[in-house]
Design a protein around this ligand. Structure first.
Ligand code: CAA
Length: 283
């Protein structure tokens, strides 16, 4: 199938990054969210991030304006039904994602491929609640989307080969690299990354090191671009906790037990950069 238009559900940090890279790669993008404010903020952020790429001579100003013109926004989810490929990038909650697919389904073209940018939830289960499990896949981008090279492709048990091949072609067109993962909790990247972040929170909780010494240790001692606590703030502590819960519930192993300190921060509403407070204070 030749994909020309893409619908992006959710204008948050993943959704606006996804809209950005698809528009730069020449796809028509329609982005939706539940508030006009969220859409306006996302468009402003996409412009800022494109400006950044222009100033570093990654793209020309003309290409930036062409990319911006390819993105339309709407508050009406059904309008995405006419696109060739839908990427859901809403909150990391299964009930929210399933409700979105249910609302969208009656408006979809029969051939549209449905995908989720979920970082951990079962693709097979999400797909089973749609009318097209054979044309449903996990399509997992990394943050910040315009910078990170990898996209995880996750086939549910019923995903057909044509859908998989179509998405492989799309990833190539984006100039990114695909990694195929089987449909098990948190797939590859988060199966490995989140327990490391959780362990960093335990290291803090048990007083082994301070926030700064933990992050400096991993940056200077293991050459990570960001320390694990800084990275947790960047991803969002609520997302980190949600992924740890999926690992803990899905694999039933105590090694995935979320650190009580991570839970406490989320309960306090200290979710990282997006709330101006997490392991660091951004106010
Ligand atoms: N849009 C466009 N360009 C951006 C950008 C954005 N949102 N953010 C950064 N950049 C560009 C910058 O312009 C800069 O470009 P040049 O190389 O051409 O100069 C480059 O990226 C580096 O940015 P900075 O100089 O501002 O800052 P930095 O060197 O500290 O790098 C970083 C920032 C790329 C975020 C780096 O710290 C990093 O790689 N961190 C780790 C990120 C990571 O691990 N992401 C995966 C998270 S896990 C995930 O996403 C999966 C999940 O489900 C939770």
């Amino acid at each position: 199938m030749d994909i020309k238009s893409v619908g992006v559900i959710g204008a948050g940090q993943m959704g606006n990054g996804i809209a950005h890279v698809f528009a730069v790669a020449g796809f028509d993008v329609m982005m939706t969210d539940i508030s006009q404010d969220a859409l306006d903020q996302a468009m402003a952020l996409i412009r800022r991030n494109l400006e950044r790429q222009v100033s570093r001579e990654k793209i020309s100003r003309e290409d930036m304006e062409t990319a911006m013109a390819r993105i339309t926004t709407t508050l009406k989810l059904p309008e995405l039904g006419q696109t060739d490929l839908v990427i859901e990038a809403a909150t990391e909650r299964e009930t929210v994602k399933s409700a979105i697919f249910e609302d969208l389904q009656p408006h979809l073209k029969p051939e549209t491929i449905l995908t989720s940018n979920t970082s951990s939830i079962s693709i097979t289960r999400l797909a089973s609640r749609t009318d097209r499990p054979e044309r449903f896949m996990g399509f997992h981008f990394m943050n910040p989307v315009p910078v990170m090279q990898l996209v995880e492709l996750i086939r549910g048990i019923a995903t057909d080969e044509a859908t998989y091949k179509t998405l492989l072609g799309v990833v190539e067109k984006l100039g990114k690299t695909a990694a195929s993962a089987e449909d098990f909790p948190a797939f590859i990247v988060n199966r490995i990354l989140m327990p490391m972040i959780n362990e960093a929170v335990y290291t803090l909780y048990e007083g082994v090191g301070s926030v700064r010494s933990i992050d400096e240790s991993m940056k200077l001692g293991a050459n990570h671009p960001m320390g694990p606590l800084e990275l947790a703030d960047f991803i969002g502590l609520d997302t980190c906790l949600a992924i740890m819960n999926v690992l803990h519930d899905g694999l039933a192993d105590t090694k995935y037990r979320p650190c009580p300190l991570l839970t406490k921060y989320v309960e306090a509403g200290w979710l990282g950069r997006k709330t101006q407070r997490g392991f660091y204070d951004y106010r």
